[in-house]
Every structure is written in structure tokens, then in C-alpha cells.
Design a protein around this ligand. Structure first.
Ligand code: GRF
Length: 212
């Protein structure tokens, strides 16, 4: 018996991954899940507009609105608690999550990264910088990764990955578009696996249970 995922999506940008999660939840292809809150540090984020358009409570919460890191993190945690959030999906959220929140939501925070981790991750590896680095390295493949968020950038246990070939004439822009399409497949898929209670996270590895 699994309880419904009450998801908060944290996003800083345009929100295409947020949309990729909302659509199957609304369509009922992901059951036992609800997007209950969208939070952005950026008041202009497309993600906030997508939330409003879908009638999902949304909040602009940024560090600048608070006197200290502590006050900001407290406000973030209290918003999550107030909305009954039990699962967090980072979707292009460019701020590091404070350890107090990671602790409160241990193994319940996931992120999508536009490369095949552990390669091309870590500080500074976001947006076009990732795709530029992949092309510069002449890697034959790239892809996307969904992983658990821990206290280091792009580091936690990997839940799902999907790869694609890097074409010789790919530019950071063309590669970004192809990777984005893959993210929109594997991010909702990972959420479905969590919603169905099929992700078992052990000390050393992650196990995805097949259907009973
Ligand atoms: C995605 O490429 C994701 O991998 C990264 O940030 C981007 C967010 O894009 N973490 P969007 O705002 O979901 O369109």
C-alpha cells in the first residue's frame, strides 16, 4: 500500500519538465500522485505561469526576500509542510537545497540532469554548459539522468537514465533539444515508479521493482 505522492516542483526556468509531469498526472497515466505546489526563486519563471494556468498553488520564494539563509530555508520548509508535501521534484531549480530540507525529505527529492551522470555533472554544469562540455569532449553519447538529491550537486543515487547518440554535426542547441525530449520521457516515468512504490533505495544501490 503506497500513499499518494503530494509533489512540490521547484523550478527556476521555463518549466517544460514541470509540464511533462503535470500532463500525465492530470491524464491519469500517473496515478497516486498530485502536483500540489510549484515554487520558484524567479518571479518571471515560465514554471510559475504553467502552475497558474493549471490551477496549481504556486509561490515565488527567493533568498532576497529574507534576512538570512536560515530564514529563507525555514520559509521553504514551512511552505512544503503547509501544503502537505511528501515528495519534491527539482526541475531546473538552480539553487542548492539546504541540508535541513534534504534531511526532512530523505530519499524523497529527485532531480533531472541533462547528461549521463556521473559524467558532466557538478558545480557549473547546468544548461548549455553541459552540452558544450559534451560536444567538446567528443563523447559519442549523451542523455538524461533522474537521480536522488543529496548534499552534493548531481551526486545522489541514479533512478533512471536514457542515452542518445551525439551526432557529428550537433551543436549545444540541437543536443539540448534532443536531451530535453528524453527528460520529458524519463522524469514523469521516474515519478510514476515512485508513485507505484516501486523504487527501493538501499545503502548501496537502487532497485526498481517490476510489476507484481
Ligand atoms: C533541464 O534541462 C533540466 O535537466 C535542468 O534544467 C532544465 C530545466 O528545463 N536541471 P525546464 O525549465 O524544465 O524546461
Amino acid at each position: 500500500m503506497t500513499s499518494t505522492l503530494n509533489i512540490a516542483v521547484l523550478a527556476s526556468g521555463k518549466g517544460s519538465n514541470l509540464k511533462a509531469i503535470i500532463d500525465p498526472v492530470r491524464a491519469g497515466t500517473i496515478r497516486q500522485a498530485r502536483v500540489s505546489l510549484v515554487i520558484s526563486n524567479n518571479s518571471d519563471a515560465g514554471a510559475l505561469q504553467i502552475a497558474r494556468a493549471n490551477g496549481i498553488p504556486s509561490l515565488h520564494l527567493s533568498r532576497q526576500q529574507f534576512e538570512s539563509d536560515e530564514a529563507f530555508n525555514k520559509a521553504l520548509l514551512s511552505a512544503l509542510t503547509r501544503h502537505g508535501i511528501n515528495f519534491i521534484a527539482l526541475a531546473g531549480y538552480l539553487k542548492k537545497i539546504h541540508p535541513s530540507i534534504i534531511q526532512a525529505y530523505r530519499n524523497r527529492i529527485i532531480n533531472v540532469h541533462p547528461a549521463l551522470l556521473p559524467s558532466f555533472g557538478g558545480p557549473g554544469m547546468y544548461g548549455k554548459f553541459v552540452h558544450e562540455a559534451v560536444i567538446k569532449s567528443r563523447a559519442a553519447t549523451s542523455g538524461a539522468t533522474v537521480h536522488i538529491v543529496d548534499d552534493q550537486y548531481d551526486h545522489g543515487a541514479i533512478i533512471l537514465q536514457k542515452s542518445l547518440p551525439v551526432a557529428p554535426d550537433d551543436t549545444p542547441e540541437t543536443l539540448a533539444a534532443k536531451v530535453s525530449a528524453i527528460e520529458h520521457q524519463i522524469y514523469p516515468e521516474a515519478i510514476r515508479l515512485f508513485a507505484e512504490g516501486r523504487v527501493k533505495i538501499g545503502e548501496q544501490h537502487v532497485e526498481i521493482e517490476s510489476h507484481a
